[in-house]
Design a protein around this ligand. Structure first.
Ligand SMILES: Nc1ncnc2c1ncn2[C@@H]1O[C@H](COP(=O)(O)OP(=O)(O)OP(=O)(O)O)[C@@H](O)[C@H]1O
Ligand SMILES: [Mg+2]
Length: 335
């Protein structure tokens, strides 16, 4: 089998997929950073000592840029929120360090190509259907990622994120069905017919939106909400005694309602939509889909929101956090 590399460049996680003697090996990195600015030389020394073993950049102005999950932990420790080099699926225009941080993280994750020009497929989001066209463009993001990867020796190409999920999750239906990747910044959708992506789109509401809305409702920092959302015990559609988790459930319900409404509208009378002979398999992946009850609620709300096509089943991908990276790896071996 030829080698090749798959890379899920996500708002919240960067995930690498590689073949290692017939096994797929994954490596993930939390896409976050936190700047620590010491005010005295002694503090600089102490902070540097405390960062021993962690991944960080020492910046020209003597500040430290802590990267990955350590950045999130440090921010929570200081009752603050970590920053992100990406926002809503693309390199952030809000943070001036975004490009530098993203380059450092990507290089850390992918390393040097095993041979010059090694094929690498990474994913990019689709154009959102819920934003003005001018406010979002994936072109610059794609070029930035490509050139960072080229510096490491890779021949990198982008495919759509949900298309990648379809390659990983629709093998048993001859690559026919729908993939829905529920990430941090975006929900990406691809309708595939025999390996051909026919309709792709995204919405800009997903896990980050839940964190934001719960944060507004409860007066807690986004990163605290995020940590509770990821670790807490709750089921979407059920009441919860913990007020933060109660709010998380409430916004999950709204998010799924929003996504399934867009999906239903997007596929009603869509010009590019093929005539499917059989009821559709829908495969769901991404970190946001890990909450208990997500897939069931998604199925229920599709019906409530008059999804226009017959559904065979709505299932969770085998490995929801790695499915997109796996699909990129599959694509890199076919291309
Ligand atoms: N156990 C969990 N329960 C609920 N949400 C979770 C859980 N684990 C991760 N998440 C959420 O999943 C999201 C990250 O998912 P994922 O890694 O699929 O996104 P991404 O690919 O980085 O982002 P995007 O595709 O939007 O660019 C975050 O919002 C995170 O808070
Ligand atoms: Mg993603």
């Amino acid at each position: 089998m030829s080698n090749g590399v798959g890379l899920d460049v996500g708002t919240s996680y960067i995930v690498l997929a590689k073949n290692n003697s017939n096994n797929i090996e994954y490596k993930e990195f939390r896409d976050a950073f936190y700047i620590i600015k010491p005010t005295t030389p002694v503090a600089t020394k102490m902070i540097e000592k405390g960062l021993n073993g962690k991944i960080f950049i020492k910046d020209s102005d003597n500040s430290f840029i802590l990267l990955g999950k350590d950045a999130i932990e440090k921010a929570i420790e200081r009752n603050d929120s970590a920053k992100r080099p990406m926002h809503k699926g693309v390199v952030s225009s809000k943070e001036k360090e975004a490009k530098k941080v993203l380059a450092f993280i990507l290089k850390e994750v992918v390393g040097i190509a095993s041979e010059p020009g090694e094929k690498l497929i990474f994913c990019k989001p689709a154009q959102p259907v819920d934003q003005e066209d001018d406010d979002f463009d994936v072109g610059y993001h794609e070029d930035v990622v490509k050139s960072i990867l080229a510096e490491q020796g890779y021949d990198a190409r982008a495919i759509n994120e949900a298309e990648a999920l379809c390659y990983a999750g629709l093998e048993d239906t001859d690559y026919t069905g729908i993939g829905v990747s529920c990430g941090a910044g975006m929900t990406n959708v691809c309708v595939m017919l025999n390996g051909e992506p026919t309709v792709t789109f995204s919405t800009t509401k997903s896990g980050d939106w839940i964190d934001r809305m719960v944060s507004v409702a409860m007066g807690e920092p986004d990163s605290v909400v995020q940590a509770e959302k990821e670790q807490g015990d709750y089921v979407i559609g059920q009441t919860n005694e913990n007020p933060v988790l109660e709010a998380v459930c409430s916004y999950y319900d709204r998010l799924i309602d929003y996504t399934t409404k867009y999906l239903s509208v997007a596929l009603s009378n869509h010009k590019a939509l093929p005539k499917f002979k059989e009821p559709l398999k829908i495969v769901i992946a991404g970190g946001t889909s890990l909450a208990k009850g997500y897939v069931e609620t998604f199925h229920k709300k599709l019906k409530e929101n008059n999804f226009p096509l017959p559904i065979k089943e709505v299932i969770h991908a085998d490995d929801p956090l790695h499915a997109v990276a796996k699909g990129c790896l599959i694509a890199s071996q076919v291309l």
